[in-house]
Design a protein around this ligand. Structure first.
Ligand SMILES: Nc1ncnc2c1ncn2[C@@H]1O[C@H](COP(=O)(O)OP(=O)(O)OP(=O)(O)O)[C@@H](O)[C@H]1O
Length: 335
């Protein structure tokens, strides 16, 4: 039933992953495109384009066409998808013309945004395009029993959005999407360092700081990191030492927003399903699940067991690909 021309796409704000059931993950690249503004030509996509962020001549502009989990620039997204499909087509050695594609969309996306995603994928020449909600894809990819009458709770903390979904019997019982994710944490770090030290740092530096000394738990073992940026007074490069408590202070409010969304979703859970949540807990996935001590912090805050998905960065793509065999049932449940 499943041919290799059926693929799943996790069209993420930070990363795009393409999954084929027979080959697994066949593409995993940052959602970045470098465009020559004079010729409007795509110069590079993915990892190559990300390398260019903050370092290119003025006519080459790196663009992230997806912001906060939705398509901000339709044309560039379509071009980026075409380039990635071309890469995949070469890599897995078969024609990707007319594939059946399942794309996952954030649960908070509007009908217009969904249509834009649908059109961008169709414009490549897909035979059929199905859209599936991100919490369901994340739950399938995290090995949760989505089509059983048991509540599964999945929290997907991505680059642009965090999605919390309670899933039972193949459908979303309750969900919430907040436009706060890893990117917001990065920008909070940039702002904090600019305010406190008068130093300007770039997005990639902020992301490295978050990964290395960003802790979700306020009471963690203190760590420090040397950070280089530009002194806003002298205009010269400068090195400072940043502590993990400072980083926590910088993004604490954003983490609290994610926590509030989780609490609100759990409060909306039908009472019959609450027992399942107490027994099985919740699963966190998405890149944000890899933030230091997020498991410890969340389990203390919500008093239910918290588990990290086996492959947080890949679970949505894997779930999207695996959903192909149950797509009709899922689409019925979504109606
Ligand atoms: N070790 C880590 N610690 C903290 N954050 C991390 C780590 N690794 C990746 N991230 C963050 O995870 C985010 C990307 O996650 P992911 O690939 O799941 O997002 P996405 O699916 O592209 O976004 P969205 O779901 O919003 O469309 C980035 O903000 C990245 O900085």
């Amino acid at each position: 039933m499943f041919s290799t021309e059926e693929i799943g796409i996790d069209l993420g704000t930070a990363n795009i992953l393409i999954y084929s059931k027979s080959k697994g993950i066949v593409l995993n690249e940052p959602s970045v495109v470098a465009i020559d503004v004079n010729t409007k030509q795509v110069v590079a996509v993915g990892a190559e384009a990300k390398e260019m962020v903050g370092k290119t001549p003025r006519n080459i502009v790196p663009i992230r066409p997806l912001k906060e989990g939705v398509i901000a620039d339709y044309d560039v997204t379509a071009q980026m998808l075409k380039e990635f499909m071309k890469k995949v087509s070469k890599k897995i050695g078969l024609s990707m013309r007319k594939p059946t594609v399942v794309v996952c969309t954030p649960s908070g996306s509007t009908a217009v945004e969904r249509r834009a995603i649908h059109n961008a994928v169709s414009s490549y020449g897909a035979k059929q395009v199905h859209l599936i909600e991100e919490p369901i894809a994340a739950a399938i990819g995290s090995d949760l029993p989505v089509d059983e009458p048991v509540a599964s709770v999945v929290v997907d903390i991505g680059g642009g959005t965090s999605e919390i979904g309670i899933i039972s019997f193949g459908g979303v019982v309750s969900c919430k999407s907040v436009r706060v994710g890893g990117d917001k944490l990065d920008s909070e770090i940039i702002q904090f360092i600019r305010k406190k030290y008068n130093i300007l740092i770039g997005e990639r530096t902020a992301e490295n700081i978050k990964m290395e000394i960003g802790y979700a738990h306020p009471n963690h073992q203190e760590a420090t990191m040397e950070v280089r940026g530009r002194d806003m007074v002298t205009g010269l490069p400068k090195t400072i030492t940043v502590t993990s408590s400072e980083v926590h202070e910088a993004f604490k409010e954003s983490l609290d927003q994610i926590l509030e969304a989780i609490r609100a979703t759990l409060e909306n859970c039908p009472p019959e399903l609450s027992g399942d949540i107490v027994d099985h807990g919740i699963v966190i996935t998405g890149g944000g699940a890899m933030l230091n001590e997020i498991q410890e912090w969340l389990s203390e805050e919500i008093s239910v067991p918290v588990h990290i998905a086996p492959n947080p960065l890949e679970s949505v793509a894997i779930g999207t690909g695996r959903s192909l065999k149950m797509i009709t049932k899922l689409e019925k449940a979504a109606k």
